[in-house]
Design a protein around this ligand. Sequence first.
Ligand SMILES: [Zn+2]
Length: 391
Amino acid sequence: MAATVVHASRILTPEEELTDSILVVEDGRIAAIGHRDEVRIPSGAVDHAANGMTIVPGFIDVHIHGAGGHDVMEANARALDRITSTVARHGTTSIVATTVTAPIEDTCHSLAGIARYIGKHERLDGDARPAAEILGIHLEGPFISKAKRGVHPPESIAKPSIETFNKLLAAGDGLVKIVTVAPELSGAIELIEAIAAAKVVPALGHTDANYDQARAAIHAGARHAVHMYNAMRAFEHRDPGIIGAVLTDPEVTAEVIADGVHVAGPAIQMLIGCKGVDTVVLVSDGIAATGMPDGNYRLGNFEVTVEGGVCRNSEGKLAGSTLTLDRAVRNLVALGVSLQDAIRMATILPARRLGLAGKKGIIAVGADADLVALTPDLRVVGVMTRGSRFA
Ligand SMILES: [Zn+2]
């Protein structure tokens, strides 16, 4: 397969900024990178000019339920093809397919389907169209708080159980990467320890935990907070709760849904101000309606209504979003965050949380060739996924 050579005015790796540079892509990976006078171009290489554009790593979304009219829990090839190609058009080149709370048997069925799909899609050929890679599965529920369930159906919420976790883990065939847990529930700390021992990321979310309960969970191994501020006990200055625990712990990464609806701008600025730019991860929490017109869509097993791009269930509660990570990056930049930091929050930081540093979320020799070309006003004009055609 011929190499591809990308000529870029600017590359954000995102740890470094390079100008007038060249990237060589071979066999789905980045083979060389450097100033145009320094890099040897392989003979027969296909040129791709990205003059005037900024090349960044593809975005990694660790919390996404669906897109393009489909939900990941449908778990068949047609649905997952549609989801992965829809988000790729917005620069997302990797996702962690996220389930919502459902009966355990339904969830196991979905996990098995997603795992089968991942197994069949390990390799892409160079002519393939861009599609995000499914890196694994995020279980959002069933071990969550009924008081902070958001739109998760209460009848399927389950008590923390290592036995149930092991059943889900087995159904996912080693691909479960993140599990959301409300740490105040009885048995949650033991479960968090078991999740961490299984080399899965225990995440805090849909929780009414007070500060001490949240601290105990972090001590037990929790390292990630799910859609910060949303479906969490509110912060009070005498009762700082889970939010206070996350804001003051530099080890815990915090997801934020920067769609202008889920979290107000100043709350995002506070999050970055408290935790610094190394611990905030942009997520979409996107549902089937992403990339689709307003209307009725399914989220897991229930229906949501989308109006003006905002998703709500029949009770009027927010039910995920139609956000894409390119828009999240633009929204962060509009809040005064530097482009480099906003890109890091969508690339290298989620990659590190998933244990994929050096392979994903970075433009470096040996990393997967997941690339996005951005215009000066941060629109996506080209995407490459694992050496696919740059389209
Ligand atoms: Zn949620």
